[in-house]
Ligand binder design. Structure first.
Ligand code: DLZ
Length: 194
């Protein structure tokens, strides 16, 4: 059977310790969201990103992800010279903290951002409208800003599918791990291409 995950990146990324990565996540379906955020963070740390260079914010739902992503990128660029902790005044999931003092995170423009949401199909058209608008919005932000936006949006037909892709349950795989690796690769390459 074909492997449904990307082949491993061919090289390591020496710039990883200098990268500043944002994570913005929706708050619907929190069991999956928490697992995916943790998977992303663990993967970033494993790749060499420093904990203080990972910024985490939240928005209500996946519909708000494009706006949150856009604002977080803009705020990091505007506030590059001042402390940019809590760019949108939200809370952190790093180490389960409710909030973090400014001194624990660095400031400066983000090199990549992971936008995480979990959409589960219901009995109305909400799923179709939100997922389509969300992914198109995220793609546009990445192209318009030249900051790589990693698509961390699960569009699952059932709760079980969402859990499987969040690493919850037997033989499940946490896609957050792939998103962390993609963020480091794209941020490193974008810096290298600059
Ligand atoms: C309204 C809604 C529904 C029905 N389902 C989800 C979902 O499965 N996942 C998700 O992230 N958000 C959902 N939302 C909330 C919308 O994304 C949005 O937050 C609200 O419509 C307010 O704009």
């Amino acid at each position: 059977m074909l492997e449904k995950r990307p082949a491993a990146a061919p090289t390591s990324f020496p710039l990883a310790s200098t990268l500043r990565i944002g994570i913005v996540h929706a708050r619907w379906n929190t069991e999956c969201i928490d697992a995916l955020v943790k998977g992303s963070v663990d993967s970033l740390l494993k790749s060499g990103v420093k904990k203080e260079n990972i910024h985490i914010e939240s928005v209500p739902g996946s519909w708000e992800l494009p706006h949150g992503t856009s604002r977080m990128i803009a705020a990091s660029q505007i506030q590059a010279s001042s402390a940019a902790t809590d760019l949108m005044g939200a809370t952190s999931l790093l180490d389960g903290e409710d909030s973090k003092p400014e001194s624990q995170t660095s400031s400066g423009p983000l090199d990549a951002i992971i936008s995480i949401g979990v959409l589960i199909k219901g009995s109305t058209m909400h799923f179709e409208y939100i997922s389509e608008a969300c992914v198109h919005g995220l793609m546009r932000i990445g192209l318009d800003t030249n900051v790589p936006v990693i698509l961390g949006v699960l569009t699952a037909l059932t709760e079980e599918q969402a859990k499987q892709r969040s690493g919850i349950g037997a033989n499940a795989h946490n896609h957050g791990e792939d998103w962390g690796a993609a963020a480091v690769e794209m941020a490193s390459k974008t810096k290298g291409w600059a």
